[in-house]
Each structure stands twice: as C-alpha cells, then as structure tokens.
Design a protein around this ligand. Structure first.
Ligand code: ZN
Length: 257
C-alpha cells in the first residue's frame, strides 16, 4: 500500500485504486482512533474523521456508516441515509455490516480492529461498496453478498469491479479455536483451504477466504488488491487481539466523485 503523511496523520491507499481518477479512498493508521465508542483517544474520533474528510476533499456531513454487528447484511444507501453514523454508531444503519452506494460524493466509513474491510469500485455506474467481514461475516458470505447486491441493484458487471481487502488480522497471526473451523465447514465448501493447524488451534486466512468470495462473485483476480498488512503484527494498525479494550479503530473511507 502507499503511505502518505499529512502532519502527524498517515493515510494508506491501495495502489490500483489510487490510480482511479473518480475514486477517493484511504485507510487510517494509529495512534489516531476513529471510533467514538471505543478505545484510547475515542474523544478525538469525530475530529479525526473530520480531518480525514478534509484531506480527502469529501464532505464530513455526508459520511455514512453501517453499525457493524458481525453479520452479513448489506444495504444500498438511500438519500435519507446520507450522513447517518457520521459522528457515532448510534445513528449508523442498524443490523448492517456493509453498504453499497451510487450517490456521488457520499463517503462510506467503516471501522476495524483486526476484521477485514472489503471495498469495491464500479467505474461504469459509478458506485462503491464497503463491507466489514469479521470471521462471522466471512463464513456468512458477506463479501459475495456485497458484490451480488451491486450487480442486482446497480447493474454492476463484477468483471469490471476493482476491489481491495484492507489491512487486518493476517494469516500469520489470526488464531481461532476449532469451533470456528467447524462452523466455517458447515457454511463454506472450500473452508479447509483457509485453516492451518497451529498447536491445538488453527490459523484462519481471512484474506484468502474473502479473495475467494470476490472471485466466486465474478471479480477478476487481477482486480483484487490485498493490503497485506497484518493488524496484529504491524503496529501502525489497531488490533483488538493485541491491544484488547484499549484498541481504537482503524477506518476505511471510500467515495466516488
Ligand atoms: Zn501477523
């Protein structure tokens, strides 16, 4: 990913997506926290969100967010939703982990401390999508659901979509118990491809599982960028596994002009 500093604030961008003139996006870094409800420095979160919007040239008032409940539901953003969740989770779209949006200038914002955030850009409609794909969302097929919804609602051709998987708990560190593997096996035919034994537990490769879902939904492999930074071992990122209750949240912001 490309890192760019703006004073004491560093933003990361995906290489392929950063070449799209109509698209604006960024992934934030520590020590800044973007979740008003969680972790160290939460009282600065709204000011931090405003600052990132200013840097990206998008309107803070239109920042729109799902409440993120570790599920697989994705909703299209309607005009009345614009700005929901901009200053906290209470007003965010409830019961939802992903949003798709075909309204220009509406930045989607999602929070993470280990969970993959997956984004997609349709340069033709144009439209964007962003989803929170925790292990529960991953086994529920949240990423496939987001791409299929873009195709159904917006007529997006999955083969034209440019997608990316943001920094999150990597295959090097993301350890889970056997129940997670067993649940994944009841939901995903290819589950065994994503787990490797690690002592009496397993490493779950969430990046590959989500990459596979993008491909299953029709996205071309060369249109998938994996950020490749692990939130647990890369200290630029917030990690719930590493930092516990002190963990702030990393934000992904994406919009088209
Ligand atoms: Zn790691």
């Amino acid at each position: 990913m490309i890192a760019q500093a703006f004073g004491d604030l560093t933003l990361l961008r995906f290489e392929r997506l950063s070449r799209e003139p109509g698209l604006v996006h960024a992934v934030t870094t520590r020590p800044h926290n973007y979740a008003p409800h969680r972790g160290q420095g939460a009282e600065m979160a709204v000011a931090n969100r405003r600052r990132v919007c200013e840097i990206l040239g998008v309107d803070f008032e239109k920042l729109t967010s799902p409440s993120q409940v570790h599920g697989g539901e994705v909703l299209p953003v309607e005009e009345a939703d614009v700005g929901r969740g901009r200053d906290g989770r209470n007003s965010a779209l409830r019961f939802v982990d992903g949003l798709i949006c075909d309204i220009p200038g509406v930045p989607l914002i999602l929070m993470s401390a280990d969970c993959p955030l997956v984004c997609a850009y349709d340069p033709d409609r144009p439209a964007v999508g962003a989803g929170h794909s925790s292990w529960q969302g991953t086994v529920a097929g949240a990423t496939t659901q987001m791409i299929r919804l873009m195709a159904r609602r917006y007529g997006s051709d999955p083969a034209r979509l440019l997608t990316a998987i943001a920094p999150s708990a990597g295959p090097c560190c993301y350890e889970v118990g056997d129940e997670v593997r067993r649940i994944a096996r009841t939901r995903m035919d290819d589950a065994d491809d994503f787990f490797s034994p690690h002592g009496d537990r397993f490493l779950f490769n969430l990046w590959e599982a989500n990459r596979r879902q993008l491909i299953a939904a029709g996205v071309r492999p060369e249109h998938i960028e994996i950020g490749g930074l692990c939130s647990i071992c890369d200290h630029r990122l917030w990690s719930h596994r590493r930092d516990g209750a002190e963990a702030g949240r990393t934000a992904l912001v994406i919009a088209f002009r």
